[in-house]
Each structure stands twice: as structure tokens, then as C-alpha cells.
Write a protein that binds this ligand. Sequence first.
Ligand code: BG6
Length: 465
Amino acid sequence: MNTCAIVIFGATGDLAKRKLIPALYRLMVAQKLTNFVVLGAAIGDTTAHDIMESAHDFITDKDGQIWQQLKERFYYQQLNFNVFDDYSALNVRLQELEKQYCLSGNRILYLASAASFFCAITEYSARAGLAHRIGSNAKPWQRIVYEKPFGHDLPSAHHINESIARVFDEHQVYRIDHYLTKELVSNITLMRFANCFFEPLWNNTYIDQVQIVLSEQIGIEGRGAYYDAYGALRDVVQNHILELLALIGMEQPYKLAGDFIRANRAQVIEKVRIIDGFLGQYEGYAHHEGVNVNSTTETFAMLCLGVDTPRWQGVPFYIKTGKRLDKKETVIHIKFKQINCLLLRGCPLESNWLTMKIVPDATFSLSLNIKKPGRTDELLPAAMEFCHSCIFGERAPEEAYEILLEEVMRAEQATAVRFDEIEYAWRVIDELYARKLPMYIYKQGCQGPQEIKNFEKQHGMEWRS
Ligand code: BG6
């Protein structure tokens, strides 16, 4: 499994330096990647050395020897995504490298480029022999990884998918969403279905509302042109947030594995209905390089969605996401309904909340009402908590790209996204854009636009802090 050649299309981009190269390094540390070569390709006139230098700061706990080995196995070749001859040259170089390092021919093509190049890369890679359609048990294997967002809207996603289907088999294709490989995210399904007391309560009789927050302190980090063409709805709602919603909303699968989970996630996304929402843009966004000075692209979104299934009828799913906010946090809060007030004095009580914090400080916590000490029947909220690092140690279980690459090498498709999930998610996003939601400007470093207060009032809700 740990012997392969990896071609990274878009190797000069932000993803390669921030996530992919650090993930390769950690796989080496864990000895999960032993004999390999990485061949980066992109339009830029640069060198392997410069790319590795740009990734340097994103690696913590650096082991000098392993870093050196990774540098020695990292190559770069300039390539124009739209020029077929460049792919033939890339294949020649790859064959030479495979020979030099005695590799068996296992290949991963990783498309970390903008989705607008996916069709060209897919078609030309196949024509040039970088990969081709093979059976699921074929040796050596060849697998192709597509970064999110998969397309720009529903028609473009279809277009890409059709071009893939023309040259590769579905078992070779990994449409990925790194959120699904985050440790705490993969824990959601297991926790829901491996503890018998959740399932009877997991419905509209007991759950009042669900809040999903993906908030970031960082801005667009040199990705102006990409971000301005996509915006928050396409960048994170279409994928990460709707997948989190699907994991909360899905029915119990026949088995907690592979396609059973993917099918149930898809069923939820298919039933998502838009209720309300607004967008935001942080002050100064339009001054970034690559961003249109009159840009109306959203860097913030707040939404109220419904899920039209018997389980969730009437339960609002609130979504909040934005860049340059006050904190980095990805969290899901599930609010349970009030207990019957006839029971107690001092009603209404605090509701019970189940909080799943993915970053920072991976924790699940359940707030309970407990008795204040002494001869009183006064109640207080207190949290029962599962803290990941307290049990499993400090190493953050967050290195999603490391797990993701490992799963591709192991041919494990459970955390890859099936095309129907993508299709339903684009339907939601396309409809959101068609609704022309109002847009408000917000100051950097705050919680988002002032409009949040009106939204809360109108919906009779409050964001849990
Ligand atoms: C990426 C988005 O998919 O997810 C980025 O393109 C965003 O804009 C990032 O910053 C957030 O991921 P994480 O793992 O840092 O929460």
C-alpha cells in the first residue's frame, strides 16, 4: 500500500503547501509512506525547492532527516493544464522517476487545481497514459482524487462528472471533502449509532433545533481570484457544512460502512429546503489581490434550512460561516426541547444541549440540569464532557489530509463523496444564489454583520456561544 507515485496538479497552490505536503511528511513519520515519489505540476515557473520551502512553516515537530528525504523525493514540472503535449512530457518524467525509485506503477493523480481545469486534466491525463480505466483488482492501481468544490454549480459538476466517466471507472475516483476525514467528524456517525440512548431522542419530538458553525479568523490568504469566483456558499457550505448536516440528519444505515453511509448522507442533502438567510462581506475584502474592486462575493453566510423528512419536519438547521471573524471554530450544537414545566418550580429551565466541537479542542459535551448543592430544588446547567486529547493524547486528531491520502492508498471510499451528494448540494447552493439573499458588510474580527441580531429575533433563536 505504501509504495506509489503521486502527481499533484496545482502543486504551487495554497492547498499543496498548507495541507498536502505536511500530510505527506506525517505519513512518512508514521511509516505509512515508504517508497514513493511526488511529481508536482502547475503553470508556474518555479522549482521543487521553492515549493518545499513554502510548505516549511506548515510543518510542526520537524524531523530534519525525514524532511530531507521528502525534499529529495519531491519533483516539479511546469505544465499548462490546457496543453496536451505537457501531459505526455509529464508521463515520460513520471516513468523515469518510477524506474529510478523502483516503483511498481501504483499512481495517485491529485487534482488540487481549480475545478475549471478538472475536465482538461482528466481527459489529457487519460490520453497521455498518466492513468487509464482499470478493473478494481488491477495491479498496479491508479486512483484519481478531485478536490472540492467539485464544479461551480450543478451544470458544471455534471460536465466534470461526465468527462470522468468517459475515461475512468468509479472505483478509481475520489471526490473528497477533507471534513469527512476529521477525527471528530468521523466520530459523529459512530457516536450516534453506537449508543442506544441517542436514536430514540434524535428526531423532531425531542430536538428543537440544530446549529452548525464554521467560523474562521483567516481571510482569503492569497487565494483572491479563486475565492472571488466562489464565495462562502460554494467554498464551504456546498461541501463541508452540508456534509456535517447530512451526518446529523441521516437515517441509520444498514451498516456503518462505505456506500451505506454515503447513500444515507445523500438522502438528507436531497431533502434540504431553504427557509431564510443572508450574506455578508468583510470590510476591505475588495482590496485583496485578485478580487474585483466592486465584488459582491460573500465571505459570510447565515442560513436557516429545513430537512423534509419525517424525522426532521419542523426542526430548523441554522448555519453560520464566515471569514475574518472573531475566532476559529467548527462546532455543532443540538438543542433539545424543554421538559414539561408542570414538574418543577423555576421553569422554564435551560434546555439540554449536545455540543460537538470539531476544532479547536475536539470535544463532545452534553449540558444537563443538575441540582444546586444544599436543601434546595434549584437547578444549574453542568456539562458532561468527552475531551479527545484528555483520553487520546495531545496530538490533534485533526490531520484530515493525512487520513485522506491513506484512505486513497487503501482504496477506502467511505469518506469520499458520491456524485449524488454533490449534485443535491449544488441544487441547494444554486437556489440560494437564485434567491439573491441580502448582503451586509461587517467589520473584521467580529462575529459577523449586525443583521445577526435581527435574524435571531425573527427566528426566536440565539446562537449558542
Ligand atoms: C477549505 C476552504 O475547504 O476549508 C477554505 O477552501 C477553508 O477556505 C478551509 O479555510 C477550512 O478548513 P479547516 O480544516 O481549516 O477548518
